[in-house]
Design a protein around this ligand. Structure first.
Ligand SMILES: [Zn+2]
Length: 93
């Protein structure tokens, strides 16, 4: 049950700036999330926010059509700087 700690850690992560958390969803630490760039909404945690914005495959969320390759580089650079503060959240499910 360390979802709580992870979730708080997530608040500091830079990609949250590009999405809105609409509300909590039942079960686990998931939120209903809306992308500020493309208005797409989905259920999930930071893992999915990252998958959406960084156009990662395999997280069950579609990639963001509004992220250009230059923005993608910016996101990745931000992520690398900020995420050194904590352990990565690769553990889903
Ligand atoms: Zn998007």
């Amino acid at each position: 049950m360390n979802n709580q700690a992870m979730e708080q850690e997530d608040e500091t992560k830079p990609l949250w700036r590009h999405v809105s958390k609409l509300r909590k969803t039942s079960g686990g630490g998931n939120n209903l999330i809306k992308c500020s760039l493309c208005d797409f909404s989905f259920n999930g945690s930071y893992t999915r926010v990252r998958a959406h914005l960084l156009q990662l495959k395999g997280e069950g969320v579609r990639s963001c059509p509004k992220v250009s390759s230059s923005k993608l580089v910016e996101f990745i650079e931000n992520r690398d700087v900020k995420e050194k503060k904590g352990p990565s959240t690769t553990c889903i499910s």
